[in-house]
Design a binder for this molecule. Structure first.
Ligand SMILES: CC(=O)SCCNC(=O)CCNC(=O)[C@H](O)C(C)(C)COP(=O)(O)OP(=O)(O)OC[C@H]1O[C@@H](n2cnc3c(N)ncnc32)[C@H](O)[C@@H]1OP(=O)(O)O
Ligand SMILES: N[C@@H](CCO)C(=O)O
Length: 398
């Protein structure tokens, strides 16, 4: 587990990141509140984002990439906090399926996050303290509202495409439902139109682990210079299991022992899988804020498009958006049945939809990995949509 010195350093980093991110940033003043589902509007507020490629003159080639639970705006560039390459640099970049030679890509840090967009670690301008739990609970719809305000600032009427996996896919579906006339193509991957009971259950375990850490201090840990790293780490360990599959765990680790020849008859990490999960927990606390984890998991739990619109087909009524829905065979967090439910609703709404279930043994996080069929499917779909939209191909001279 991370020691206290590094925990305090990281806490300070989140405050600094929230106030002065190295990312691009738009600040909305006290006179530009953000409406929230929870009730009170948020003001002032800010959104951190990165862009890649060039916006064309007609502003028709913008692709919004939406990140998953613990992702960030650094989709195709080095994350300054971790020093690691962009989390989807296989997908987004020059010549990649989301080709930045052809499209202008925007990726924001979500509302409630901890990499520059307003979240619980952001300083409340009234109290001069981090919001902590005084930050209103946010929803996927709020995240999308915030992104729409940024898209407005670019002067973009219609996004060429919105794409994302997992919680990113929820944002894609919310965009298509809330702003149908503003989304030409939508690609929700490994996602669904609601968070299942089982998924809410896993999130609750993670939140309880955080809140059971004495350092959490009712959410006021940053002001005290401490962090609930143990709780956050356990939350990530439990969640990480759900991102993989039984088969991939067996293949990677089986019952192999970690740097030892036999069992120790103690509670050290005898097994490789234990050591691996501890590593995932330890590294996570260096890049994520515990209160943000509470808020962003809650946003996923509350997501239910059918409840918002009455029925799921109504969410996509008269939609002109072209959809490409994608799932993975070994994903037990967002099984294919969740994607099929969206496809059925889109068909019932006479929407334009294609659906692909990709054979993969890598579990839910397959969308972050090197899965050639995912790349070729997205390349094919997005290229067809771009041609229909009249976005010139690179080197076409038009
Ligand atoms: C979606 C977004 O918007 S971005 C946010 C998503 N990003 C994440 O979730 C990052 C954390 N998640 C992961 O790393 C996920 O496992 C994946 C699926 C994304 C990556 O999977 P893979 O590339 O197959 O990596 P893998 O799961 O094997 O993990 C490799 C790490 O485990 C470590 N590891 C592997 N075996 C062991 C072991 N026995 N003991 C300790 N550590 C181990 C490696 O050293 C490596 O560490 P590093 O990441 O600090 O360099
Ligand atoms: N592992 C990814 C996807 C989870 O849905 C994340 O942490 O964001």
């Amino acid at each position: 587990m991370a020691d206290q010195t590094s925990a305090t350093d990281t806490a300070n980093k989140f405050i600094q990141e929230a106030d002065q991110p190295s990312s691009k940033l738009v600040r909305f003043g006290a006179d530009e509140p953000l409406e929230l589902d929870a009730g009170p509007a948020l003001a002032p507020w800010q959104i951190a984002y990165e862009t890649y490629g060039t916006l064309n003159q007609d502003k028709t080639n913008a692709v919004l990439v939406c990140h998953a639970l613990t992702g960030d705006q650094y989709v195709a560039s080095t994350n300054p906090l971790t020093g690691k390459p962009g989390w989807w640099s296989r997908m987004v970049g020059p010549g990649r399926p989301v080709d930045t030679d052809r499209y202008f890509v925007i990726c924001t840090n979500v509302l409630g996050g901890c990499l520059g967009t307003t979240g619980p670690a952001t300083t409340n301008t009234e109290t001069k303290e981090p919001y902590g739990l005084k930050m209103p609970v946010v929803t996927i719809r709020d995240m999308v509202r915030a992104q729409a305000r940024l898209v407005d600032r670019f002067g973009i009427d219609t996004l060429f495409a919105v794409v994302g996996g997992s919680m990113g896919g929820m944002q894609v579906l919310q965009w298509a439902a809330s702003y149908p006339e503003r989304v030409f193509a939508a690609i929700p991957i490994a996602s669904g139109a609601r968070h299942s009971s089982q998924n809410i259950a896993f999130h609750e375990v993670g939140r309880q682990a955080i809140m059971a850490d004495p350092n959490w201090s009712g959410g006021d840990y940053i002001a005290k210079g401490i962090r609930p790293t143990k709780g956050l780490s356990v939350a990530r360990m439990a969640a990480h299991i759900t991102y993989m599959s039984d088969e991939s765990l067996q293949q990677k680790f089986g019952r192999n022992l970690q740097d030892r020849d036999g069992l120790t008859f103690g509670f050290d990490a005898d097994f490789q899988i234990e050591s691996y999960l501890r590593h995932q927990g330890m590294t996570f606390v260096d890049r994520f804020d515990a209160n943000s984890y509470l808020y962003v998991t809650r946003a996923m739990d509350y997501f239910d498009l059918a409840a918002e619109f009455g029925t799921l087909p109504k969410a996509f009524k008269d939609s002109k958006t072209r959809f490409c829905i994608m799932s993975f065979t070994s994903d037990w967090l967002f099984p294919t049945s969740e994607s099929r439910a969206v496809v059925k609703a889109l068909n019932a709404s006479a929407a334009n939809v294609s659906f692909v279930e990709i054979d993969s043994d890598r579990g839910h996080d397959a969308f972050l990995l090197d899965v050639p069929e995912m790349f070729s499917t997205i390349r094919g779909f997005i290229t067809g949509a771009a041609n229909a939209r009249g976005i010139p191909a690179p080197g076409s001279g038009t």
